[in-house]
Design a protein around this ligand. Structure first.
Ligand code: SF4
Ligand code: SF4
Length: 382
C-alpha cells in the first residue's frame, strides 16, 4: 500500500499554502524519520522555462517556499535547483529563477539557489535502458532530492507530474540526446523511470492549486484544481493526480512503465489516500493535449499501411511565423536538429521529426502549434 496525501488549497496566499503543504507532508508518518537533521536537500522544482508563476508552467514560489521551510524546520540545508530547457548555464538559470520568483524564495528563507553547472556521469546497473546517465552534479551531491512538480498535461507523455519532473536532472541539451534515443513513447517512459529510480526522491509533491490542461506543459490553458498532493512514491502520486484530473493512470506511459517493473501496481486500490478522498473531489476532466497518443500507432498496424496511418494520425508541429521572434530556441532544443533557420524563421523537416514537441514545449511565444491532419480532425469531430 502506498500513501498519497491530498489537501485542499484554493489560492497561493503564502499562509494557506504553508498550511496545506505542512498538512500534506505531516500526513505521511514515515517521512520525518527518513530525513535526518543536517541533511543537504535539493528541491528539484519544475522550472521548465522562463515563465512567471501566474503562467502555471513552473512550480509556484509559494509552494516551493513552504517545502523549503518545512525542510528547514527539520534541520536541513536546502537548495533549489533544476536544469531548465535550453543550455545548462548560469545565465539561463539566473533568467529562469528570476522569472519564476525563486530569488525571492531564497531571500525570504535563506536557502540556496543552485548555480553549479557541473555534470556527473552516474551509473545504475539495475536500470532498464539508461544504465549510465549524465546528471547535474547537485542532484548527486545532495543527500536527498525532493520532486516539486506541477499538475499539467503533456504533449508527449499525456500527463506530467512527479516522475517526468525528474527529467530536469538531465543537464540542458543532453535531454535532446535522450529524446533522440526514443523509438516509442514506452521506451522514453522507461528512460524516465530509470532516471527516477536513480535519483530516488525522498518525497514528491505536486502543486495542483493551478495546473495546466490542453497543450501542456507550457502552451496549454491554466486550470484551477485547488489541491496539494504529496507522497513518498512518485508513481502512486502521479497515479492519484492523473486520476483526479480525469486521466486513467494506466494510459500515462510512466505509470505503465513503473507498474511493469512492480514499482507500483497502477491500481488505485493500492493507494491509501490521507486527507481528502478522491470521490470527494469534483473536478471536470482536464482537456488532453492535441498530440495525445501521437506515437502509439507505431508497430500496431500492418507495416505497409503504417506510414499512411501515421501521417493521418500523428500530429505535427506547425510554426506560426507571424508571432515567431526568431529566437532560435526551437532549433537549439530540437533533438534530431531538423529545424532550418536559414530564412530567419524556423522550418522543420517533418519527414525526420520524432514528434517529441520540444519545440512546442520551449517556444517562449507559443508560436509552435500542434496540429493533426485535416482528415483526422474531420473524422474525430463527427
Ligand atoms: S518558433 Fe518560437 S522558439 Fe522557434 S524561433 Fe520562433 S519564437 Fe523562437
Ligand atoms: S521539429 Fe519539434 S517535434 Fe519535431 S523533432 Fe524537432 S523539436 Fe521534436
Amino acid at each position: 500500500m502506498k500513501t498519497v496525501s491530498v489537501v485542499r488549497c484554493e489560492d497561493y496566499e503564502l499562509e494557506n499554502v504553508k498550511r496545506a503543504v505542512y498538512e500534506a507532508l505531516d500526513n505521511i508518518s514515515s517521512l520525518k524519520f527518513n530525513i535526518s537533521e543536517g541533511s543537504k536537500v535539493l528541491v528539484k522544482t519544475n522550472l521548465l522555462m522562463r515563465k512567471k508563476p501566474e503562467d502555471a508552467v513552473t512550480t509556484h514560489p509559494a509552494v516551493v517556499e513552504a517545502i523549503v521551510r518545512y525542510l528547514q524546520e527539520l534541520g536541513c540545508k536546502v537548495i533549489i535547483g533544476d536544469s531548465p530547457g535550453g543550455p545548462f548555464t548560469e545565465w539561463n538559470l539566473r533568467m529562469v529563477y528570476k522569472a519564476a520568483g525563486m530569488f525571492e524564495v531564497a531571500e525570504r528563507t535563506g536557502c540556496e539557489l543552485n548555480f553549479d553547472t557541473s555534470v556527473l556521469e552516474v551509473s545504475n546497473p539495475d536500470a532498464k535502458r539508461l544504465k549510465s546517465m549524465q546528471i547535474i552534479k547537485i542532484a548527486r551531491e545532495a543527500d536527498f532530492v525532493v520532486s516539486a512538480a506541477k499538475l499539467k498535461t503533456h504533449g508527449m507523455m499525456t500527463y506530467t507530474g512527479a516522475v517526468k519532473n525528474l527529467f530536469g536532472v538531465i543537464p540542458g541539451l543532453v535531454k535532446a540526446d535522450y529524446h533522440l534515443r526514443l523509438n516509442s513513447i514506452d521506451n522514453f517512459a522507461d528512460h524516465l523511470v530509470d532516471i527516477c529510480e536513480t535519483v530516488r526522491p525522498v518525497f514528491s509533491i505536486i502543486d495542483g492549486i493551478y495546473g495546466m490542461e490542453g497543450d501542456g506543459p507550457s502552451a496549454g490553458e491554466k486550470r484551477h484544481a485547488g489541491l496539494i498532493l504529496a507522497s513518498e512514491s512518485p508513481y502512486a502520486l502521479d497515479a492519484a493526480a492523473s486520476s483526479i484530473i480525469g486521466i486513467e493512470p494506466m494510459i500515462v506511459p510512466t505509470i505503465r512503465a513503473a507498474s511493469m517493473r512492480n514499482l507500483f501496481s497502477g491500481d488505485m486500490k493500492d493507494i491509501d489516500i490521507k486527507g481528502i478522498q478522491l470521490d470527494e473531489i469534483k473536478i471536470a476532466p482536464f482537456k488532453l493535449p492535441k498530440s495525445h497518443n501521437a506515437n502509439l500507432i507505431g508497430g500496431r498496424v500492418p507495416k505497409a499501411f503504417e506510414k499512411i496511418v501515421l501521417n493521418i494520425h500523428r500530429p505535427k508541429p506547425v510554426f506560426n511565423h507571424d508571432i515567431c521572434i526568431s529566437c532560435g530556441d526551437c532549433k537549439r532544443s530540437c533533438p534530431p536538429g531538423i529545424i532550418d533557420m536559414s530564412s530567419g524563421k524556423p522550418v522543420p523537416d517533418l519527414s525526420k521529426c520524432i514528434r517529441c514537441f520540444c519545440c512546442h514545449e520551449l517556444c517562449p511565444k507559443n508560436a509552435v502549434e500542434i496540429k493533426r491532419h485535416w482528415l483526422y480532425e474531420k473524422v474525430m469531430k463527427k
